[in-house]
Design a protein around this ligand. Structure first.
Ligand SMILES: *Cc1c(COP(=O)(O)O)cnc(C)c1O
Length: 228
């Protein structure tokens, strides 16, 4: 069996190679290790191998692991759907939130962000697959929400996040990521200081990096399959 440390090293090398193939500096692409459904000791193993950024989808699961890992200096990213009654603990216990898709959630995170912490780093989740069931903003809604969030003092808007429909067609992967990048560039042209494109998971990160990903969110390629 391959260890977490070996898989992490292989993913890092592969992320760097994808950046170089895309003519980009590998230091522009940050690896977020998605540890949902894996225990605290899996995070500890990845941390021992040098990983510092971890992503979690489910609040209670994440809080349980955080109390076991208080001796580690981890940058915690919340990447799951947000219920409005969970905004306070999210604002208190995470450094980043990637899944903001409505103003009410942004306002509540802003209100709840403790004064002794730096502003909460925010990505807006945009919908590229155009499926009504998927969460995320339409391209038009994104610009409106981005301008509103930029005015909230306890939040720092960093960029966009997306979870496209899964496909093994590399060109289709790229086309979906390209839509996100185009929205991102439009916002930048409107004067917004954005630096983060959170796109790419275990099965499509090379395409995401080719389209400008600055954070890839990788779970199973590092930690192995999840039990459903
Ligand atoms: C689970 C998850 C990931 C990681 O998915 P893998 O396919 O295991 O790499 C990334 N982003 C989000 C939002 C997720 O929910």
């Amino acid at each position: 069996m391959t260890s977490i440390s070996e898989r992490l090293q292989a993913v890092r090398t592969s992320v760097d190679d994808a950046a170089i193939r895309a003519g980009r500096d590998p230091r522009q692409v940050h690896l977020l290790a998605v540890s949902k459904a894996h225990p605290a000791n899996a995070i500890r193993a990845a941390y021992a191998a040098g990983q510092r950024l971890f992503g979690e989808n489910y609040l209670q699961e994440a809080l349980n692991k955080q109390v076991e890992l208080t001796d580690l200096v981890i940058e915690w990213h919340f990447i799951g759907p947000i219920q409005s009654n969970k905004t306070q603990p999210i604002a208190q216990h995470f450094d980043w939130v990637h899944s903001v898709d409505r103003l009410k959630i942004a306002q509540r995170l802003n209100m709840a962000r403790p004064e002794h912490l730096p502003p909460l780093q925010i990505c807006l989740q945009v919908n590229v697959s155009q499926e009504q069931t998927k969460s995320g903003l339409s391209m038009d809604e994104t610009a409106e929400l981005a301008h509103a969030v930029a005015g909230l003092p306890r939040l720092k808007l960093r960029g966009l996040m997306a979870i496209p429909a899964p496909t093994h067609d590399i060109e289709l992967q790229r086309a979906q990521f390209r839509q996100v990048r185009e929205t991102f560039e439009t916002l930048q042209q409107q004067g917004m200081m954005l630096d983060t494109l959170s796109i790419g998971m275990s099965d499509d990160y090379a395409a995401a990096i080719a389209e400008g990903a600055t954070i890839v969110r990788i779970g199973s390629a590092i930690f192995g399959p999840r039990n459903q």
